[in-house]
Design a protein around this ligand. Structure first.
Ligand code: GLU
Length: 302
């Protein structure tokens, strides 16, 4: 991408938090980066609440409040995944019609213990149920409900990332509907990015390895490819991902140590080598090429 504000006149970037807890400085930094990348390329900026798991999705209001508190604004009402099940099921139906779905009866331990060819990476599905006969499927259906898997025709797929360049990662027969009916993030993210007109995905570097399977799924659904930027994570002093035990890492906890949201924003901007002040001010100095590539070590105040 280029940082020229005139580079794109359509399309959008986004921030897509899972509302499973308060945002921490790492999440907020990623959100700020997503906004900067979007605006610097003339794109809109949208929010999506990734609340596919209703049991764990309780913090949407607080997350939106914290995003506003650091000065972020978005161009449309946030979209909630919990309200879009019909879209995801329609995509599964389309894939099913073209013979790209099969039923899988494996338990987790069966998958872990399954023999796998040397070229199949650990953690990927070895294809056990891929070629079951109709008779075998009927028999297995009596034992347990089936999950639905994608019949993938590739072992790997390559995406282009603004910070990582060409990235090739494994693609297996990913689950598109779990056997309890739950719909997975990997499906929803692909459908929603396209449906929201999102063509730039800026998110934490931990999701880089998911990008190839998502991009492959998008290609099968005839959805346009997106531009990726997987940004460095924020780590604690021991080099681990931030977690609650690290103390003051949310805006609420940082406020109790005397740091207001705007000061937290300035810390985030400083970590990106950007000047303190409004996000509009930071945008003037923003250039993807000048971004630090290493994780930011955040030492939470006591
Ligand atoms: N909902 C995911 C998370 O909070 C982010 C997914 C994405 O940006 O694609 O980690």
């Amino acid at each position: 991408m280029t940082a020229s504000p005139a580079a794109a006149t359509t399309g959008a970037g986004r921030f897509a938090p899972s509302p499973t807890g308060d945002l921490h400085v790492g999440n907020l930094r990623t959100a700020v980066l997503a906004w900067l990348f979007a605006r610097a390329s003339g794109r809109g900026f949208l929010l999506r609440v990734e609340d596919l798991d209703p049991q764990r999705s309780r913090t949407e209001a607080g997350q939106l409040r914290d995003l506003s508190a650091v000065g972020l604004a978005w161009d449309a009402a946030p979209v909630r995944q919990s309200e879009r099940t019909g879209l995801y099921l329609a995509a599964i139906a389309r894939l099913s019609e073209s013979g790209r779905i099969y039923e899988c009866f494996c338990t987790r331990s069966e998958i872990a213990d399954a023999p796998r060819a040397p070229h199949i990476p650990p953690g990927t599905y070895p294809g056990t149920c891929r070629n079951l006969s109709a008779a075998e499927r009927s028999k297995r259906r009596l034992e347990r409900p089936a999950a639905l898997r994608l019949r993938s025709e590739v072992d790997e797929y390559t995406v282009t990332d603004l910070l990582h360049g060409e990235f090739t990662g494994p693609v297996d027969d990913l689950v598109l509907r779990r056997n309890d009916g739950a719909l997975p993030y990997n499906l929803a993210v692909v459908i929603d990015d396209a449906a929201q007109g999102i063509d730039q995905v800026v998110r934490g570097g931990d999701l880089l390895s998911s990008a190839p399977r998502q991009a492959y799924l998008a290609s099968l659904l005839g959805l346009p490819p997106v531009e990726y930027a997987h940004v460095p994570l924020v780590l604690n002093r021991s080099g681990q991902r931030l977690a609650k035990r690290d103390g003051a890492i949310t805006l609420a906890a940082l406020a109790r140590t005397g740091l207001a949201a705007i000061q937290v924003r300035n810390l985030i901007l400083a970590s990106l080598n950007l000047p303190a002040g409004t996000l509009a001010h930071a945008l003037e100095a923003f250039s993807p090429a000048l971004l630090p590539r290493d994780p930011w070590i955040f030492a939470a105040p006591a």
